[in-house]
Design a protein around this ligand. Structure first.
Ligand code: HC3
Length: 417
């Protein structure tokens, strides 16, 4: 985050409040998304730490692989779950509001905690901003009754060529306890590149591009190819996917095709044989399970919605001066805290995650090569190879919530409030 100017930039900047000015500014964009000059009407009051919840808005689909005894079918269920997350991750905001807005840039240590309670039992979400420069968010999502657990982290690298193009750096690891197996299955998941469409018309939305992979410790790989609406043919938000034994891309066990925003069909075997006879399942989006987040007054002072409450309120009432002032307070307090840490030779202690040493992650070392991920987890671009730290999480659970005085002190010191 560029603290020197972001308060002004995020409120539009001098003379930069219009869409035309925004388009001009992105043409000279330096690749750091947090410094992008967005006009006021495109500011969202949701922080990127909240985006981790998009991984699990159908907890029963997330947990389903744990009940499947067959390893190939488990890999297929994992692919299905992944595909069902895409709509929420990449289209939910533009569907609801007519445009993809600019999210709040999380501060270091920002938390977003929640849970889902539904047919799949309780599923817990922990999301934390683990790096400030470069900005990176880590998350851990666990379905408690079935033990299915997703952890991962991500950062973005953006560039401008005709539009804003974003590469995601990082990955996710899904752990699925397999019925009657001693070791759980592990699935290493890569993240799609995306670009923004509709910029010129003032109604930005996301299109995914390229390919991503899910590779498993049980020897299966899924490849997902994304495509959009071309000049002459194609539908927006399209994809095709295949599942095959790792290293044997031509031996297609299942293929999936459709639109990640709408519906898709799963067939057995390669796509050339697709017919009603080999249709395994058709997916139509289900109603979402609602994420439960504690009321603001019960949240930890560093929880996202509590920390950004004043900024969010200012955005909601269109008071751009207040947006700028409130953001500035957080940014200044954070800058001061980093300076203090530097002088004291300290670093910010992450509440739930710890950076692993390069090459020390078994999943990346064993599966990374198959999907083009380096064993160091791109640590230099994400501030670390971040893994959920169970001991830290236990300690955090054991802590009593901060008293009002303590919460005020944290808010003053770290958020300037
Ligand atoms: C590029 C993006 C910020 C990053 C968002 C990510 C990649 C974050 C991780 C989630 O799991 C998935 C995800 C979804 C949407 C991505 C955002 C879309 C737009 C936003 C830019 C910073 C804003 C660009 C500004 C504007 C006005 C063109 O939308």
């Amino acid at each position: 985050m560029d603290f020197t100017s972001s308060a002004q930039q995020q409120s539009g900047g001098a003379g930069g409040a219009g869409w035309g000015a925004f388009l001009k500014s992105i043409a000279s964009f330096n690749g750091d998304l947090s410094t992008l000059t967005a006009p006021p009407f495109i500011l969202s009051s949701t922080s990127l730490t909240e985006f981790s919840s998009y991984w699990c808005e159908h907890p029963s689909v997330f947990a389903a692989p744990a009940r499947e005894p067959d390893a190939t079918r488990r890999a297929l269920l994992v692919l299905k779950w992944f595909l069902t997350t895409l709509k929420q991750q990449y289209a939910s905001r533009s569907e609801q509001y007519g445009n993809e807005k600019k999210p709040l840039n999380p501060f270091l240590g920002e938390l977003f905690l929640g849970k889902w309670e539904d047919d799949a039992g309780t599923t817990e979400l922990i999301s934390e901003q683990v790096s400030h420069h470069p900005p990176a968010t880590a998350y851990n999502i666990t379905n408690l009754p079935n033990g299915v657990r997703l952890e991962g982290y991500n950062a973005q690298k953006a560039s401008f060529s005709k539009t804003i193009n974003v590469k995601q750096i990082g990955h996710a690891v899904l752990t699925v306890p397999a019925p009657s197996a001693a070791e759980p299955d592990r699935f290493l998941i890569t993240l799609p590149a995306l670009h923004i469409e509709g910029l010129i018309f003032g109604s930005p939305f996301i299109e995914l591009e390229g390919s991503t992979y899910i590779t498993s410790s049980t020897g299966f790989t899924a490849k997902i190819d994304y495509s959009g609406k071309g000049w002459l043919s194609g539908k927006k938000n399209s994809f095709t996917a295949t599942l095959y034994p790792t290293g044997k891309e031509k031996d297609v066990l299942f293929n999936v095709s459709g639109q990640w925003t709408k519906s898709f069909d799963i067939h057995s075997g390669p796509a050339k044989y697709n017919s009603r006879d080999n249709l395994v399942e058709s997916w139509d989006p289900l109603p979402l399970s609602e994420l439960i987040v504690a009321p603001l007054e019960k949240q930890h002072p560093l929880e996202s919605r509590r920390a950004w409450a004043k900024v969010a309120a200012a955005i909601a009432r269109g008071d751009l001066d207040a947006v700028s002032i409130e953001k500035g307070k957080i940014e200044n307090a954070q800058r001061e805290m980093r300076a203090k840490e530097k002088t004291g030779g300290r670093t910010w202690s992450r509440r739930y995650f710890t950076a692993r040493n390069e090459g020390a992650d078994q999943v990346l070392t064993s599966l990374g090569l198959a999907v083009g991920l380096p064993a160091d987890g791109d640590a230099d671009k994400t501030g670390g190879l971040w893994r959920f730290d169970f001991a830290k999480a236990d300690a955090a659970r054991g802590e009593s919530p901060p008293s009002e005085d303590e919460a005020r002190k944290v808010a003053r010191e770290l958020l300037g409030q």
